[in-house]
Design a protein around this ligand. Structure first.
Ligand SMILES: [Cu+2]
Length: 129
């Protein structure tokens, strides 16, 4: 009987260690990817402001709800996959991109189709440390 009680105590201790381990992992979970969505409408992004944290991936679902083609591009960043023709969304098209920033600050994005940014098709990601 004494042995059994000892085993129960050991099992409880092991459970406690696992629980502490999980709690510590939970505290570190800041790195869980965030999710957001942006609609590309006629000459505007909705919403046109996103928040992110340095080093934390942000998955953004882009949907072109407009009647013409649009894209979303960060002129200040080199972001493979976000440049060039392949980043243009046709009307009705949806695509998910993942953004990850190494520096805090305000990262402006625009639609690069002629005249769109000048007409207000711009936005920004606000990246906190
Ligand atoms: Cu556009």
């Amino acid at each position: 009987m004494k042995l059994l009680a000892g085993l129960v105590v050991l099992a409880a201790a092991a459970f406690l260690v696992v629980a502490i381990g999980l709690a510590a992992q939970g505290a570190r979970e800041v790195a869980t990817p965030g999710n957001a969505a942006i609609a590309l409408e006629d000459l505007r992004f909705v919403p046109n402001r996103l928040d992110a944290r340095v080093g934390v991936p942000l998955r953004v679902q882009l949907t072109n709800r407009a009647l013409e083609r649009h894209d979303l591009n960060f002129p200040s960043l080199h972001m493979p996959g976000l440049e060039g023709v392949e980043s243009i969304l046709e009307p009705g098209e949806t695509r998910t991109i993942t953004l990850e920033f190494d520096e805090p600050g305000t990262h402006t994005f625009i639609c690069t189709l002629p005249g769109h940014a000048a007409s207000g098709m711009t936005g920004a990601v606000y990246v906190k440390p």
